[in-house]
Write a protein that binds this ligand. Structure first.
Ligand code: ATP
Length: 441
């Protein structure tokens, strides 16, 4: 993880927020390459969940909502974690995760295990960030930064159903920021206080075979993570036991990714069967009927909800961890660091280099870069030895490098080098765009 954090900073994937002020607690900024990588993940999700399906509609709801939303959802009363403080070192821990924590003064021990640790009794701590709306700070103007995007979907359920004329079963999807005042954030972008979620709520008839939809979405979502190139043996389901299940949930599975090291397998996505809990609560608290009207069967009912909820940042971390490798290059003393991310989500698709800065090569290469840039994110680089330029692209996951050399000036072909196999082949410069399109499809 340390190597990855340092690579992410050095190469402009991810920086600590407000770093020049010493950093803000567990929030991160995505730099030029990071924003492309995360955007590619979000685009793939949006495509798979919204554009490629006719039974899911998109939404972009506001972060600030009516405060009653969070009473209805149960977050005001129950979105809490138990917290303990150490009176000696002032550190704070999740009482239910003490086994995973370290005593700051004796990192080989758990909190409470060092001779003079002095832990308080657990207290419940609400994870929602509170703010106020309007110029007067009173209890009537309290607002919360949403701790999940799902509630924006529930409160818009009928708006969207009626506007789009969707029939059950159908879903609503959105991508957006969520905020949680986590007690123990950490592990880089794994657990942060501001993050992005990609959530989809699928509304089904409670009288139909709703468990079949639950199984369907479990399968679809696992397949999506595999399609990002996450290794099969690093992905698994974890079924919530009776004890872990939220009181309203009928079934819940996490999709876990093996982050390695001390983290091991951790949740990256939750697939939850929420019954009609959310819609019935909003119906009760708002006083507005939220039932779906099935005109053919002449029935009104509150649908059941199957939710898929995945973190964009946590998935970005999974992709980075999955792709990072250090390897020996035959015939070379210096090894190389490679971000072996799937070419379709790589931030830069091709590096374009003139072999030397003379004989018309830079002009040819710059022209090629200009032409390709219309269709792909490419990077032109003429500085340093060619080997170093290759290494710089390997390290940020660029799948192809195109080199303009002496032969190019004679026959118009360029060398295309593959990041993973290191194989090189010659491709006519005017065919490179089609070549890339094919290799990236
Ligand atoms: P955890 O048990 O790790 O706190 P959770 O069960 O509370 O997670 P959900 O509420 O199911 O998580 O949120 C769905 C997804 O949102 C998670 O699988 C994760 O990818 C992402 N997520 C949740 N909290 C955070 C966070 N603090 N930082 C980054 N991503 C998060």
């Amino acid at each position: 993880m340390e190597k990855l954090v340092s690579l992410c900073k050095r190469r402009g994937f991810i920086f600590q927020s407000s770093e020049i002020y010493g950093g803000a607690g567990s929030v991160w900024d995505y730099g030029p390459l990071g924003v492309e990588l995360k955007r590619n993940l979000k685009d793939r999700w949006w495509h798979a969940m919204v554009r490629a399906r006719d039974d899911i509609e998109g939404l972009d709801a506001a972060i600030l909502m009516h405060p009653r939303v969070w009473e209805a959802s149960g977050h005001v009363a129950g979105f809490t974690d138990p917290m303990v403080d150490c009176r000696v070192c002032k550190a704070r821990f999740r009482a239910d995760k003490l086994d995973d924590a370290q005593c700051p003064r004796k990192p080989s021990r758990k909190p409470g295990e060092h001779s003079d640790c002095d832990l308080t009794e657990p207290r419940l701590f609400n994870l929602m960030f509170k703010t106020t709306i309007g110029p007067v700070e009173d209890s009537a103007s309290i607002a919360y930064l949403r701790p999940e995007t799902a509630q924006g979907i529930y409160v818009n359920f009928l708006n969207i159903q009626q506007a789009s004329r969707q029939k059950i079963p159908f879903g609503i999807a959105q991508i957006g920021k969520a905020f949680r005042n986590e007690i123990t954030p950490g592990n880089f972008i794994f657990r942060t206080r501001e993050f992005e979620q990609m959530e989809m709520q699928f509304f089904v008839d409670p009288a139909a075979d709703h468990m079949q939809w639950f199984e369907f979405w479990k399968g679809e979502r696992l397949a999506w993570h595999r399609s990002l190139g996450l290794a099969e043996d690093r992905l698994q389901f974890h079924q919530h036991s009776e004890k872990e299940l939220a009181h309203y949930a009928r079934a819940a599975f996490d999709i876990e990714f093996d982050f390695g090291g001390s983290l091991g397998f951790q949740e990256i996505e939750g697939v939850h069967h929420r019954g009609d809990y959310d819609l019935s609560r909003h119906q009760e608290y708002s006083g507005k009927r939220l039932e779906y009207v099935d005109q053919v069967a002449n029935r009104r009912y509150l649908p059941f909800v199957i939710e898929t909820s995945v973190g964009a940042d946590r998935t970005t971390l999974a992709v980075l961890v999955n792709g990072y490798r250090e390897e020996v290059v035959p015939g070379e003393q210096e090894g190389r660091v490679v971000l072996g991310i799937d070419p379709r989500i790589a931030p830069v698709k091709a590096g374009i280099f003139p072999l030397v800065k003379k004989d018309g090569m830079p002009e040819f290469a710059e022209k090629l870069a200009r032409e390709l840039r219309v269709r792909f994110p490419v990077f032109y680089d003429e500085s340093g030895a060619i080997g170093r330029r290759y290494r710089r692209q390997d390290e940020v996951g660029t799948p192809f490098c195109l080199t303009v050399d002496g032969q190019t000036m004679q026959d118009g072909t360029v060398t295309v080098r593959d990041r993973d196999t290191l194989a090189q082949e010659r491709v006519a410069a005017d065919r490179v765009s089609d070549y890339l399109r094919l290799r990236l499809s």
